[in-house]
Ligand binder design. Structure first.
Ligand SMILES: [Zn+2]
Ligand SMILES: [Zn+2]
Length: 160
């Protein structure tokens, strides 16, 4: 008489019973998501998003609604009760306070500072006699020449 005691588990049976981590987390993915939503809802209840910006008072919409075009009115809520524009302003002021001497990008000069060729920017139409501004107020030709010089010096110094 064959008993269960002497039964040898087949590959299918052992994989069904012995799934890794199955015992440690009995929650299904749906149940897990419910837990996440509940904690998000609780957090919002404790710290509600104001309907108007706390700085400028403009009416705000949530990020999700703004991006998806549902209830798209006013400004987007960026965070901490502030609209995007106020948050951005604050961030720029903070950046400036961190490093007041930080170089701010300027419009390139009208002509190359080395050879005097009239410069144009990427957005401007291509016209005869102008050269594309490459960087640091230099035309493409001068930039490449200066770059070669710099490379040579750095190589001599053993830095490259
Ligand atoms: Zn604002
Ligand atoms: Zn030049």
């Amino acid at each position: 008489m064959a008993t269960r005691k002497g039964h040898v588990f087949t590959r299918e049976e052992s994989s069904r019973g012995g799934k890794k981590g199955a015992a440690a987390s009995p929650l299904t993915p749906e149940e897990r998501m419910k837990g996440v939503w509940a904690s998000v809802a609780k957090r919002q209840e404790m710290n509600p998003r104001p309907s108007h910006c706390v700085v400028c008072g403009v009416e705000m919409t949530t990020r999700y609604q703004y991006r998806h075009g549902t209830g798209r009115y006013g400004q987007m809520h960026q965070g901490k009760g502030k609209c995007k524009s106020c948050s951005d302003k604050e961030y720029k002021a903070w950046r400036k306070a961190q490093d007041p001497d930080r170089e701010i990008r300027q419009h390139p000069p009208a002509a190359c500072v080395m050879c005097g060729t009239p410069l144009r920017t990427r957005g401007q139409p291509k016209t005869e006699g102008t050269s594309l501004h490459r960087g640091h107020g230099l035309c493409n030709v001068c930039y490449q020449r200066e770059e070669r010089k710099a490379r040579k010096i750095l190589r001599l110094m053993g830095m490259m």
